[in-house]
Write a protein that binds this ligand. Structure first.
Ligand code: ADP
Ligand code: ZN
Ligand code: ZN
Length: 723
């Protein structure tokens, strides 16, 4: 009787690093099908990973599947491989990996279909149509619009601004009908607008891209990388395939989306957190059933289901937002590369400032490098200039000579961009009498003054309080805001240049998408203005009227103990600088620093990013740092000081005796306390990937033998942030 049973390994969304076995009566149980199962006293939705006739344990202990949700897998075989690979590589619970790959409506059991609903236009005698519609002018208008077409997809209807409620009367009258069918491959003529004539470098870059392989496209800002993407996508569409484009942030760069929509006749769909759950599910289904040909998405869309994958592009591949910083800590860029290999499609990684990891992979022969060294419009490259701040007696970050240069630029009718990576008014509220500093009670952090709302705020946990009038320690009225954030710079500039608008772009000023769009519209009008912002400003925007850029506070990046900080600050400098002088006007970039002799900084601005990156790579090699070794981090935290530290110390002692990998720590991160928890971490290092992996598996085993309820711990493979 048991013969009729099928035993299924199911990935269930729980924080446990294994799958669970259930049984079901015989059915076509393919991997990637969703099922509902009992789990403890709950019911959960899980994904079938495999099936067989052998129970893994005593059959009495195996519970039955309650419901089979899908007839067909919702994950393709290659996507299943990729999810399994990711769960193994990042040592993350497999059910959570699969759930990251689905929109929440699907996690909750929404049924999906490979069919699409289309609207067909019935052949109708004109006189009959006139008769049916002569009292309904609105319906008649719609009929006139549609009568010569045969079939319309929901995207066509959307493009014509026709909602279901406007269509329904015509369906009722039998002029139109809805029905379901498999989506057709997209149009063989995908272009709405012809591509630009490519320059020699662009042609070269495109002809390199073969059916498979990973390509690193290094192109300075404005060199025409996007044009290369567009023409590669056109090729993909002509082959009847889908293109997936990953971008760091969609809502920040509406212009990119517009460019895609202007170029192609096929719909461009997006996948990102700004969509409603409904839209997200609908767009996911459009990828799944193949009706979407171009998919632009942020990090998690690297898992988008593709029916006919043809190309994967990762724009701004160096961007840290591709690495998830909590929960399932994956790198979407790295998974994109793996996915390209499994799906046998080319992967293009583009950036003006490629990550050292990717450049290293070029040196190893794993990726192929193409370069676009010139601006495509013929505009001159921006010029960089270091400003020695040691001689200044100014108390402000904005030095006198800079203020003069800003005035000149504005008076010549141009825009100025000032970048400072610190939002708020002042980073410190300080007592002149007793040296007291306002701090967050839950984090090892100072509270930032936000003057307009008159509050002090923790940028780590979100704590907020009214800005105190008297010192919390000596009760004197002696508190002063110290240091400058975007708001204070904005205030000084307003005072210095009352005749010109100062536009601030940071996460406080762009809470809503519309606020950002307003700011961008104002900037793009091109009137002289000053733009002040955080690194949000350096991301992907095209500001054709900016001719002067200032990057403030880069010294903290030059002097940080984070081994990646020099890479990060140089990427920021070049990305910010690239916003200037995009058309006929050359750009100038000013870098105030107390280290004007800094060797690497001088190399960066003198020889360019690629030369500079060679120096950094040599240093990493010398110090055996990534990408010349591999890191994994074990983070632990607890409510009590020392508990996490002692826990990790115990883990290290046990692990050190059995593993070849080097285990460093436990150490306290720079911010020991965060959100009320004390933190500690162990760093595991090896120059051998397999060895590192083995060590981490051993460490996971060890953590399971050490009993503690007061410590939470997590793993981070290839951590980007060690602090
Ligand atoms: P990137 O993505 O590298 O910053 P873009 O693709 O946005 O560069 O191109 C920058 C500008 O150059 C755009 O205005 C684009 O229209 C223009 N451009 C790109 N390729 C060409 C070309 N082959 N000929 C003329 N202009 C081009
Ligand atoms: Zn805090
Ligand atoms: Zn005081």
């Amino acid at each position: 009787m048991n013969k009729a049973r099928l035993y299924l390994d199911i990935a269930v969304p729980v924080p446990i690093r294994r799958s669970f076995q259930y049984w079901a009566p015989y059915f076509d149980a393919r991997p990637g099908i969703r099922v509902r199962v009992p789990f403890g006293n709950r019911e959960l939705i899980g994904i079938i990973l495999s099936s067989g006739e052998q129970p893994a344990t005593e059959v009495e202990k195996i519970k039955p599947v309650l419901e089979v949700i899908d007839l067909e897998p919702i994950f393709s075989a290659s996507l299943i491989e990729i999810c399994n690979w990711a769960a193994n590589y990042y040592l993350h619970p497999i059910g959570e990996v699969y759930f990251t790959a689905m929109p929440s409506k699907l996690r909750n059991g929404l049924k999906v279909s490979k069919q699409v609903t289309v609207l067909t236009v019935k052949e109708t005698d004109p006189s009959q149509a006139t008769q049916l519609l002569h009292r309904a002018p609105e319906q008649n208008k719609i009929w006139q619009l549609l009568k010569n077409r045969s079939e319309l997809s929901s995207a066509d209807l959307k493009a014509l601004n026709l909602t279901n409620s406007r269509i329904q009367p015509l369906v009722n009258k039998g002029l139109l009908a809805r029905h379901e069918r498999t989506p057709l491959p997209q149009s063989a003529a995908p272009l709405k607008q012809a591509g630009l004539d490519l320059n020699h470098y662009q042609q070269e870059a495109i002809s390199r891209v073969k059916d498979q392989g990973t390509y690193l496209l290094h192109g300075i800002t404005g060199s025409g990388k996007t044009e290369v993407y567009l023409q590669l996508i056109a090729k993909t569409l002509r082959n009847g395939q889908q293109a997936l484009i990953l971008v760091p942030e969609i809502s920040l760069t509406p212009q990119t989306l517009e460019r895609f929509e202007q170029r192609f006749t096929v719909p461009v769909i997006t996948l990102h957190s700004g969509l409603t759950e409904q839209q997200r599910a609908a767009n996911w289904i459009a990828c799944y059933n193949g009706s979407a040909a171009i998919i632009i998405g942020t990090r998690s869309s690297v898992f988008a289901p593709l029916l006919r994958p043809g190309l994967i592009i990762v724009d701004e591949e160096h961007d840290t937002s591709y690495k998830q910083q909590d929960g399932f800590r994956y790198s979407a860029r790295d998974i994109a590369v793996i996915r390209g290999r499994r799906e046998r499609v080319p992967v293009v990684l583009g950036s003006a400032t490629p990550s050292l990891e990717s450049l290293h992979n070029v040196n190893l022969g794993k990726y192929q490098l193409s370069s676009l060294p010139l601006r495509a419009t013929g505009a001159a490259k921006e010029k960089y200039q270091l400003i020695d701040t040691r001689l200044s007696n100014s108390s402000s970050l904005l030095e006198k000579p800079l203020i003069k240069a800003i005035g000149k630029t504005l008076n010549a009718g141009n825009q100025v961009l000032i970048m400072i990576n610190r939002r708020g008014y002042a980073p410190v509220l300080y007592c002149n009498e007793c040296q007291w500093i306002a701090r967050c009670e839950d984090c090892d952090a100072r509270l930032t003054v936000h003057r307009r709302q008159a509050v002090i705020r923790c940028h780590h946990c979100g704590f907020q309080a009214d800005q105190p009038k008297i010192c919390g320690h000596c009760q004197q009225q002696s508190l002063v805001p110290v240091g400058e954030g975007t708001q204070r710079i904005e205030e000084s500039l307003n005072n210095l240049f009352p005749d010109f608008p100062v536009l601030r772009v940071d996460s406080d000023s762009t809470h809503s998408r519309y606020a950002l769009q307003d700011l961008l519209d104002q900037i793009n009008q091109g009137k002289p203005a000053i733009l002040v912002g955080t690194q949000l400003l350096a991301k992907g925007h095209h500001f054709s009227h900016v001719t002067m850029v200032i990057v403030l506070e880069l010294d903290s990046g030059l002097m940080s103990s984070d081994f990646r900080s020099l890479e990060k600050i140089s990427q920021l400098i070049i990305q910010a600088g690239g916003r200037s002088g995009r058309e006929s006007r050359p750009g100038r970039v000013f870098l105030p620093t107390a280290f004007p002799q800094h060797r690497e900084l001088k190399q960066l601005i003198g020889k360019g990013y690629l030369e500079f990156s060679k120096t950094l790579l040599a240093q990493r090699q010398q110090h055996k740092l990534p990408p010349f070794s591999f890191h994994a981090l074990i983070r632990a935290d607890s409510k009590n000081r020392n508990t996490a530290l002692e826990y990790l110390d115990q883990v290290r002692k046990t692990a050190a005796s059995i593993t070849q990998a080097e285990i460093l720590g436990p150490v306290l991160p720079a911010m020991e306390k965060r959100l009320g928890y004390y933190r500690a971490q162990l760093l595991v290092v090896s120059d051998n990937r397999a060895e590192l992996h083995r060590a981490m598996l051993q460490i996971i085993d060890i953590t399971e033998t050490i009993k503690t309820r007061s410590v939470r711990w997590s793993l981070d493979v290839d951590p980007y942030d060690l602090y």
